[in-house]
Design a protein around this ligand. Structure first.
Ligand code: IMP
Ligand code: MG
Length: 184
């Protein structure tokens, strides 16, 4: 697949296709269903990247569930983290005594999830778990362990299935590596 831009041609190479994503998301949903059998859970998606993962995962969870969303400062147009995290949009209700599962697109340096974990633990949920579609352990700056991990991936910048590069490519059905080619 090749997508033309004003600046350059960005070649996309599929790393994880839609069928593998669907199969793995179904397994994670089953695991969460088993872990929380007979209980209610609150899924909190980190906008915007986690919204496709959350919507597919939620449909694979067979226990009582509610949704909420938060937004944090992002990398902007760059592939590098700015190094600090800010909450831009908070959840709408209290977390006290709730079984909270934070749903993220990718665990990279760990700065975002570390920040969110501390913030939400202070609100005294009954349990706090982390579900991430992707994990790049080689990039970790702060240690964070996710409870539910879709795929561990090598140190490549990926897009698709919710993940962006400068806000683009979120709508790709597969997870792809984006390699920028110099203009010819
Ligand atoms: P962390 O705070 O470094 O763990 O970064 C988490 C956030 O960085 C994710 O929610 C993504 O928005 C972004 N990010 C990290 N790696 C990638 C990538 O390969 N593609 C797209 N976004 C990424
Ligand atoms: Mg992003």
């Amino acid at each position: 697949m090749e997508i033309s831009t004003d600046r350059a041609k960005e070649a996309l190479h599929v790393m994880i296709d839609r069928n593998r994503i669907a199969a793995r998301v179904a397994e994670l949903g089953q695991q969460i269903t088993d872990d929380f059998a007979g209980q209610s859970i609150m899924l909190i998606g980190v906008l915007k990247g986690a919204c496709l993962f959350l919507s597919d995962l939620a449909r694979q969870i067979k226990t009582d569930a509610t949704f909420d969303f938060i937004a944090v400062s992002s990398y902007g147009g760059s592939k590098q983290s700015a190094g600090e995290v800010q909450l831009i949009k908070d959840v709408t209700g209290p977390l006290q005594n709730q079984n909270v599962i934070l749903v993220e697109d990718i665990l990279d340096t760990g700065l975002t999830l570390n920040f969110l974990k501390k913030l939400f633990l202070a609100r005294q949920p009954r349990t706090l778990k982390i579900a991430t579609l992707l994990d790049k352990p080689s990039r970790r700056i702060q240690p964070v362990d996710a409870d539910y991990v879709g795929f561990q991936i090598p140190n490549e910048f990926v897009v698709g299935y919710g993940l962006d590069y400068a806000e683009r490519y979120r709508n790709l059905p597969d997870i792809c590596i984006v390699a920028q080619e110099p203009p010819k």
